[in-house]
Design a protein around this ligand. Structure first.
Ligand code: NAD
Length: 500
């Protein structure tokens, strides 16, 4: 029995027949476990017309009603998180505890959006001019689209849709075709939470669906997360069609380790941030910049921890790291490991020979944790986002050299500094050209009431995800200048209004 995943439109599974479909795999076994429909232009249009109709009602639903539905959704999500985590594990491959972690980080944004009556408040100035009050209101955009990547099938859509829905928009989610079932599970929860039909819709598919979303005149904004080339494409084309776009791209995150840092803690952090979710995190650390003379000692500690990591199926509670998402992606990561060797880096731990636990895992998409030393900035293992469990160590002689390396990198998503020197950390936070900074924190994903976003090639657009930026992105402002007439206001005056 395989699972058939189709679009979710108007609070129900779509009943049509798609002309194109893709396979869904279990990355731990390599087996095909289902198929997913790929939307045509007509299928996208059907979802959008439902979202347009639903917008007319939802934009006028009271703040109290909207936040009540969000509270219901939050309760359902929390109650069903284990079931949802199992779905994520089966299609993405990450370990169950990590899947629970991404649900928790998404739930944070739902919780933030429960407070929408407060978040969406405008300003009010009484008596801005004599007898005149000025105030601002923020209104929803209309149907909005979210296009998400494979690596966080629950969390990344939840960076956006709780706030989009709370602010009165209707949503079309186009999830990754690699792990599509999570989106439908979340859609079912919205239905149970009492969200009116057509407010949250899911369209599955590939470039055909994305291109139709970008050009569709009734879609007012696009929130995209994925690789940098596609993020740039989505930004350029979405804005060309007059949409508001925030497009979050790829990353190469550096961890700068100063000689005074506690190397035991640094080694733990490097292993957690380098190999958690098999390195398939946009905030994973993939480049460790060691300020000499600590590199030898630190590498020894990291190596010792890596060899003990238990790699296996995500549904085995003993596993600490799972497989990569597809055979094609695993092959790409393996080709980078070979390129690192060929280009002269020192292969300290070879993930190709790491033992894999579990019975049914022979055909899975495995690459074990891999460590390179003596990596230089021209090598492809450094220049490219590998998005796998490959950690590169670059040796530098000073803080300034380390900073220059990080600032020369075209990506600017996250970075971390490890040190016990507060002054150095403060200098780093001021000088580094990256959007999210960790000080002795390896994966500094901001909490929901701040906003998530990188700099340079890691984000195209202005507003970051969730937090105050999220509310700003999903609403547009109006400013009202009001006067209630009385006889003293009469008379002709052709001058420009002044503030008397
Ligand atoms: P991807 O760019 O391949 O796909 C992202 C989305 O775009 C998917 O929905 C996919 O169907 C669609 N897509 C793919 N190719 C397309 C094309 N040619 N035209 C139009 N649409 C297309 O990314 P992925 O492999 O799913 O995810 C991994 C990438 O996402 C990594 O680069 C990672 O760094 C990045 N990411 C970034 C962040 C961030 O916050 N900056 C967060 C998570 C993931």
């Amino acid at each position: 029995m395989t699972n058939h995943v189709t679009h979710w439109i108007a609070n129900a599974e779509w009943t049509g027949t798609s002309e194109r479909r893709g396979d869904i795999h279990n990355p731990a076994t390599g087996k095909v476990t289902g198929t997913v429909d790929f939307a045509s232009v007509a299928e996208v249009d059907e979802a959008v017309s439902v979202a347009v109709r639903a917008f007319a009602g939802w934009r006028n639903a009271s703040l109290a009603k909207r936040s009540q539905v969000l509270f219901n959704f939050r309760e359902l999500l929390n109650a069903k998180k284990d079931e949802l985590a199992a779905i994520i594990v089966a299609e993405h491959g990450k370990v169950h505890s990590d899947a629970l972690g991404e649900i928790a980080r998404g739930q944070e944004v739902v919780e933030l959006a429960c407070g929408i009556p407060h978040l969406q408040k405008g300003g009010h100035s009484e008596q801005a001019s004599t007898g005149i009050d000025v105030y601002s209101i923020r209104q929803p955009l209309g149907p909005v689209a979210i296009i998400s990547p494979f690596n966080f099938p629950a969390m990344v859509p939840m960076w956006f849709f709780p706030i989009a829905i709370a602010t009165g928009n209707t949503v079309i989610l186009k999830p990754s075709e690699k792990d599509p079932s999570t989106a439908n599970f979340l859609a079912e929860l919205w239905k149970q939470a009492g969200l009116p039909e057509g407010v949250f819709n899911v369209v599955h598919g590939d470039k055909v669906a994305v291109d139709r979303i970008l050009e569709h005149p009734d879609i007012k904004s696009v929130s995209f997360v994925g690789s940098t080339p596609i993020a740039k494409y989505v930004y350029e084309n979405g804005t060309r069609y007059g949409k508001r776009v925030q497009a979050l791209g790829g990353a190469k995150n550096h961890m700068l380790v100063l000689p005074d840092a506690d190397l035991e803690l640094v080694a733990d952090a490097a292993v957690n941030a380098g190999f958690g979710a098999a390195g398939e995190r946009c905030m994973a650390i993939s480049a460790l910049v060691a300020v000499e003379p600590i590199a030898d000692e630190l590498i020894g500690k990291i190596k010792e921890r890596m060899t003990k990591l238990r790699v296996g199926a995500g549904n085995d509670a003993a596993s600490e790291m799972g497989p990569l998402v597809t055979r094609q992606h695993a092959d790409k990561v393996l080709s980078y490991v070979q390129a690192g060797v060929d280009q002269g880096a020192t292969l300290v731990v070879d993930g190709r020979t790491h033992p894999i636990n579990g019975d049914d895992t022979a055909e899975g998409y495995w690459v074990g944790p891999t460590l390179f030393d003596n990596v230089t900035p021209e090598m492809s293992i450094y220049t490219d986002e590998i998005f796998g469990p490959v950690l590169s160590v670059l040796r530098v002689d000073s803080y300034d050299q380390g900073l220059a390396l990080i600032n020369a990198n075209p990506y600017g998503n996250g970075t971390a500094i490890f040190t016990n020197d507060g002054g150095a950390a403060r200098k780093f936070q001021n000088e580094v050209e990256v959007g999210m900074i960790g000080i002795n924190v390896p994966i500094p994903v901001p909490v929901a009431y701040y906003s998530f976003g990188g700099w340079k090639n890691s984000l195209f657009g202005d507003l970051h995800a969730y937090g105050a930026d999220g509310v700003q992105f999903f609403t547009r402002g109006k400013v009202v200048t009001q006067r209630w007439l009385d006889p003293s206001h009469g008379g002709i005056n052709l001058g420009f209004p002044t503030n008397d």
